[in-house]
Design a protein around this ligand. Structure first.
Ligand SMILES: NCc1[nH]cc(CCC(=O)O)c1CC(=O)O
Length: 322
């Protein structure tokens, strides 16, 4: 709802009025562990169906929930400016945390966790990255909306849970005992912190309106990230994390540098493949920009494959079918 309202606000500033169509997705109602649901698009299918049925003209998704397989019926008309891409640990309400000494530097929250601390997360990506650094941690799945998760945390089921910073900010829960992970410890899911706004492919009116919300750097970065995911055929359950950023190079008006960092891990985090690459992109022509971002993602995926990424991804899939 926050995301839909945020997009409605942005459109209003452009003089475009909207009606919000509230929907409930399977991701909201199906409380089985996320890997047991064995479906992609748990959070997005219901919203896409509303486009197909003409119930809505614009679909607002969390980009990280949107499957990478292209679907001809829809067009990703905009990726607006991105929010925080970071993940963090939320501690129980009664936990007093030391003061942050330097707000510019994100210190590791891991020293705040005692040996064998119980952590709640259903994400293989988060589990593998945590276990890689702290094999002593006891990590178990948690599902439900943020309120449900916090209730379980505060009931004493966990010492901390992992949540996306973007979600915390959107729900205005910044007062929670919360500590961010630095990117060196925890890379985000492809598309994390970004919205993806879809329209029906043939709806030129909606496309033209929504494309005004597109932010070229956010689109380029998330395109590179999503390409890694699709090239590795990881789906949303694979322990694949990546993060891309766009930096203006200052040489020419619209020339920028796209940097992409990615990791693939084994299910238990004991093995880790890491890759970083950069390429120049033109932020002026969206087709050129998309092509360059895809190329960078493809190159990074290929290089990780040569280092054995497929093997690691397979270990996770085999675990899940047991
Ligand atoms: N799968 C649930 C989901 N989808 C997007 C976000 C957070 C917001 C975002 O990354 O855009 C979350 C919750 C979480 O990961 O803690």
């Amino acid at each position: 709802m926050w995301q839909a309202e945020h997009v409605a606000e942005s459109l209003k500033k452009l003089g475009i009025s909207t009606d919000i169509v509230p929907l409930v997705s399977k991701g909201d109602t199906d409380m089985r562990p996320i890997d047991a649901t064995r479906q992609v698009g748990l959070f997005t299918k219901r919203i896409q169906q509303a486009l197909v049925d003409g119930e809505a003209d614009v679909a607002v998704h969390s980009l990280k929930d949107l499957p990478t397989e292209p679907d001809d019926r829809f067009l990703l008309a905009a990726v607006p400016p991105r929010e925080s891409v970071l993940d963090g640990l939320v501690f129980p309400d009664d936990r007093s945390l030391p003061e942050n000494t330097d707000s510019e530097i994100i210190e590791s929250p891991l020293p705040l966790l005692p040996q064998g601390a119980r952590i709640g997360t259903g994400s293989t990506r988060r589990l593998a990255q945590l276990m890689h650094l702290r094999p002593d941690l006891q990590i178990s799945p948690i599902r439900g909306n943020v309120q449900t998760r916090l209730a379980k945390l505060n009931a004493g089921e966990f010492d901390a849970i992992v949540l996306a910073h973007a979600g915390i900010l959107r729900l205005e829960m910044t007062k929670l005992p919360f500590r961010l992970f630095p990117l060196t410890e925890m890379l985000p899911a492809p598309g994390q912190g970004a919205l993806g706004i879809e329209v029906r492919s043939e709806d030129a009116v909606a496309r033209d309106a929504i494309s005004r919300l597109n932010h070229a750097p956010a689109r380029a970065a998330t395109t590179a990230e999503r390409t890694v995911l699709s090239e590795l055929h990881g789906g949303c359950l694979a322990p694949i994390a990546c993060h891309a950023t766009v930096q203006s190079t200052g040489t020419a008006e619209r020339t920028a540098s796209l940097r992409l960092e990615a990791v693939v891990m084994s299910a238990d985090g004991s093995q880790r493949i890491h890759e970083v690459a950069t390429s120049d992109i033109e932020l002026i022509d969206s087709d050129l920009e998309t092509a360059a971002a895809r190329q960078l993602g493809t190159d990074v995926a290929r290089s990780m494959r040569q280092q054995g990424a497929d093997e690691l991804i397979r270990t996770v899939r085999d675990n899940h079918s047991n």
